[in-house]
Design a protein around this ligand. Structure first.
Ligand code: GUN
Ligand code: ZN
Length: 458
């Protein structure tokens, strides 16, 4: 057993933030020998019971759950900041040529090493990650994450059409490879497999159908893809699948919407799409830096919460928009699940602080004219929850990662709220938890993350 004494941030089951100014985090092995949280709370309340446990005292620091990134592409580490008119030219000119290099396992392994370093340097302890269409790219990332004992989810990208030579795969072989990779890696140590159709326009009907069959056959495997990111992409998907009610419905029609399915972006939705997300317990990976960078549009937090909120006893009723005040409204009581994601390399930063900041800005942005909607001010506790415990809930891993409640795997970060002169000045004047978290969200980056601790197995 081991303990840490510092300020301590965690979340209750309603998503409300709990903060102990002088907290104690006690970590020790569970029945399987994995390091988990044994106790968390006020130092004064716990110190006597754990007096014999070695304690690391970190005055002025904050212990917080490791961040969970709901959508990121490790092969796009070197694509960050590539300029393009929008999503489709960006894929064609930068992304596909870069990804073609991942047929080479040595190249994949070297990028996987850098990628995991960068996740941990930024305090990200779990990510739902795209590899490429090449089997060696998947093996390289799983091997690297396994070496570091990380809980990480990835899968081979499926793209058997509208993709250039070098990344396009073969329908039948892609499904054989997917099943073999599931059997090789899913559930090994802390690794999880995600069935990964790139997006509907890059997959034939047969490939999507095969992916859906695997999703039914392996219900505890994840599913990840993209949807409704960009208006040109939406029009293309609708033209390719005219029988589906909407772009999102293409995935439902192929058995690809269910718990543990996570779709990046979910911008150009109507309320029927949001209800479909809610009713199938499918989650959205909100990717604000990517949406800003590629000019895709903004996720509508208020609409997601409006459709998401199911008052007790009125299962089909809907309420007015919440204004995004607290986590309570999001992804609960059967509501629409969503959490935050970097979407590197469309996204511009590995840092959860940058992503939370961009989520705040995009929530703020009002639109005028036909699609008029008021901007909302997302609460800092909610932004933080959406990148930790809320993201874990979206992955169906609530109580496993993303929190520091007893039983959770001991993945956590040590944050320095005085990491820069301006942060030190601003956070020292914070009069509430909301002010402290908001100062970190607005001013923070990798310099705030002093240490990232990954749960070890014995
Ligand atoms: N849609 C299909 N592929 C991609 C990708 O790699 N990045 C983003 N942002 N959108 C996509
Ligand atoms: Zn993406």
């Amino acid at each position: 057993m081991q303990s840490w004494r510092a300020s301590l941030l965690r979340f209750d089951p309603d998503g409300q933030a709990l903060f102990d100014e002088d907290g104690l985090l006690v970590v020790g092995p569970n029945a399987e020998g994995r390091q988990v949280v044994l106790a968390a709370g006020a130092h004064a309340a716990l110190a006597a019971q754990y007096a014999d446990v070695p304690c690391t005292h970190l005055p002025g620091r904050i212990l917080a759950p490791g961040f969970v990134d709901l959508h990121i592409h490790y092969p796009q580490t070197d694509v960050i900041g590539s300029p393009a008119e929008g999503l489709l030219p960006w894929l064609e000119h930068y992304t596909f040529p870069h990804e073609a290099q991942f047929a080479d396992e040595a190249h994949a392994a070297s990028v996987a090493r850098f990628f995991c370093d960068e996740l941990l340097r930024n305090g990200v302890t779990t990510s739902l990650t795209f590899s490429t269409s090449h089997v060696p790219s998947v093996n390289a990332l799983f091997a690297e994450a396994q070496r570091r004992h990380m809980r990480l989810i990835t899968g081979k990208v499926l793209q058997d059409r509208h993709s250039p030579d070098g990344v396009r795969d073969d329908t039948e072989q892609s499904l054989i490879d997917t099943e073999a990779l599931i059997q090789q890696w899913h559930g090994v140590d802390r690794l999880g497999y995600a069935i990964t159709p790139r997006f509907a326009p890059s997959c034939t009907e047969a490939q999507l159908r095969g992916a859906g069959e695997l999703a039914a056959q392996y219900p505890d495997v994840w599913v990840q893809s993209h949807v409704a990111e960009n208006l040109d992409e939406v029009a293309w998907a609708r033209a390719l699948f005219p029988d589906s009610r909407s772009y999102l419905a293409i995935y439902a029609d192929h058995g690809l919407m269910r718990p543990r399915a996570v779709y990046a972006h979910c911008i150009h939705f109507d309320d029927d799409d949001r209800r479909l997300m809610r009713d199938t317990r499918t989650a959205a990976a909100v990717s604000p830096t990517s949406n800003l960078f590629l000019g895709s549009g903004f996720f509508d937090f208020a609409a997601a919460d409006r459709v998401g909120f199911l008052p007790p006893g009125r299962p089909k009723a809907e309420t007015a928009p919440s204004g995004g005040s607290g986590p309570r409204e999001a992804g609960e009581r059967g509501g629409m699940l969503y959490g935050l994601a970097s979407d590197v390399g469309g996204g511009t930063s590995f840092s959860p602080f940058v992503t939370m900041r961009a989520a705040y800005f995009t929530g703020r942005a009002a639109t005028t004219g036909f699609a008029a909607k008021p901007g909302i001010s997302l609460a800092p506790e909610k932004l933080w929850w959406l990148h930790t415990a809320g993201a874990a809930r979206a992955l169906d891993l609530e109580g496993v990662i993303g929190n520091l409640q007893p039983g959770c795997e001991a993945d956590f970060v040590v944050l320095n709220p005085a990491a820069t002169p301006l942060l030190a000045r601003r956070t020292s004047q914070a009069d509430s938890l909301a002010e402290l978290l908001f100062a970190l969200i607005v001013l923070g980056d990798d310099r705030v993350v002093e240490q990232t601790v990954i749960s070890q197995a014995q």
